[in-house]
Design a protein around this ligand. Sequence first.
Ligand code: SF4
Length: 172
Amino acid sequence: MKLVLDHHPILQDVTIWAGPDFGITGTDNTYYIYDRKSGTEKEIPQENITDQLKVYAYKLLCNTGKSLENATIYAYEVYLPSMYMIGGKVSQSDIDHIKTKIVGDVHELQSLVVDGNIKNNIPQHVDHFRRTSDSSKCSMCSMRRACAALKKIDGDHTPNPILDPLAGQMDS
Ligand code: SF4
């Protein structure tokens, strides 16, 4: 579902898609948001509100026109099959944090497109982009085989323990 953002100047024309798995509207303007998770449980304090949950809560406030002065939101990640839950009551500082993060992310995206125009969404020239030297990012990247193959062609000698062994495999 589309997130209708409030009137921050940077967020005009920005669409964020956010869809929690399950929600309950309680009495007295109380809302419950649940998001299913599989895989390894996050090793963070159990009462933490993750950024994903904050986006859902922010979306709920924007789309209902409410604030945390007249609504209460509880948000949880629920791991299956253990039913381990991370989350709790969403605070104003959670909402402020995610708004600041979204604005920062939009700024970063603007730096990657021509004239900062995210509506036109035309990428900067390829020279504008550099491979990361953070191998932890590469280990999760679905482009890493192609990236490793292109590394030699590009003459990119930046050491990267994930990409360099892959580049070797490409030769054989
Ligand atoms: S594999 Fe290449 S494209 Fe992917 S994160 Fe690493 S440097 Fe970036």
